[in-house]
Write a protein that binds this ligand. Structure first.
Ligand code: AQP
Length: 294
């Protein structure tokens, strides 16, 4: 039983972080619930400026990538958010039940509005749109990373407020917390890997060629110690490599470190690149086939 909802923004070709942090678990949820909905959330993408032609292309890119990762239309509903106008309609209704201070305290708003002098109203209220995405389908389960827990709590609160005022309509959606797998930028291990990062070498995309993947790992920022250890606080660069290696190979971080015994970080980078190529190559090949069919 139960209904799963999740979304991804069409802001570029998805990357290793999107895959390890979300898409891989999305694949696994298929079949375990009575319905599973995955949305390409273009209304969320326009909370920051977008070029219309590029956005259209990114939506198709994302659809191809989702299919290539193993999300199957036979087992889940894959759709473009803006094609269902009720997302925006319900968002308005829920926005009327949400207080401004409640939104102002959400960490992502605090973070994102800090770099911009004035964030848009859309950026401010996008957690309400997220609540609408989830509640519109009366979803019961939402796969989320740690960074999204507070947004899900908003959806839960607003569902309760609505149910209290107007009668039981929405189930209270539960988090499906995935093991935290934050993939960091290969150029700056203090920040997360991101689709819209302008530094080409920072992000490993699911459509990168093996040569490109090797190049990006060879250039990955580490530190001046050549030994391979796992210490995210003090050695974020090398630890990111270990975490990626562990995730794509089904190892624990300790096992990954052990497999690097006798290697320096330069040699280890090639080992990690190879493990990533192994994981990503089949996805890239399938995405290419799907693209040509579009
Ligand atoms: N670096 C990451 N490590 C692990 N998980 C990640 N996710 C994103 N980056 C990482 C997870 O991917 C899912 C879809 O994300 P999204 O596209 O809806 O938004 P985002 O988190 O803003 O992703 P990006 O790649 O950073 O895009 P831009 O550059 O457009 O902001 C989410 O479950 C997210 O946690």
């Amino acid at each position: 039983g139960g209904r799963v909802f999740s979304g991804i923004q069409p802001t570029g070709v998805p990357h290793l972080g999107n895959y390890l942090g979300a898409l891989e678990s999305w694949v696994g949820l298929q079949g375990g619930f009575s319905s599973v909905l995955y949305s390409i959330v273009d209304l969320h993408a326009i909370t920051v400026p977008q070029d219309p032609a590029l956005l259209r292309e990114n939506i198709l890119d994302m659809a191809a990538s989702l299919l290539a990762c193993g999300i199957s239309p036979a087992h889940s509903i894959i759709f473009q958010q803006s094609q269902v106008s009720e997302h925006a309609e319900l968002s308005w209704i829920l926005g009327c039940l949400t207080s401004m201070p409640r939104l102002r305290h959400l960490p992502q708003w605090k973070m994102k509005s800090k770099d911009k002098k004035e964030g848009s109203v859309g950026l401010f209220t996008y957690p309400v749109l997220q609540a609408a995405d989830i509640l519109l389908y009366r979803s019961t389960h939402v796969p989320v990373g740690e960074d999204q827990v507070q947004h899900l709590e908003l959806a839960q609160d607003v569902a309760r407020i609505f149910n209290n005022q107007y009668g039981e309509l929405f189930p209270i959606p539960q988090a499906l917390l995935s093991a935290s797998r934050r993939v960091k930028s290969l150029r700056d291990p203090a920040s997360k890997m991101s689709k819209s990062d302008p530094q080409r070498l920072a992000t490993v995309r699911l459509t990168d060629s093996p040569d490109d993947i090797v190049l990006k790992f060879r250039k990955a920022v580490t530190d001046f110690t050549s030994e391979v250890t796992f210490d995210p606080e003090r050695r974020p660069g090398v630890s990111n490599l270990v975490a990626i290696h562990a995730a794509v190979s089904g190892l624990t971080a300790e096992e990954a470190v052990r497999s690097a015994r006798g290697m320096d970080t330069a040699q280890y980078k090639l080992l990690v690149a190879d493990a990533v190529v192994h994981k990503v190559a089949p996805i890239r090949i399938r995405a290419g086939v799907i693209w040509r069919a579009f």
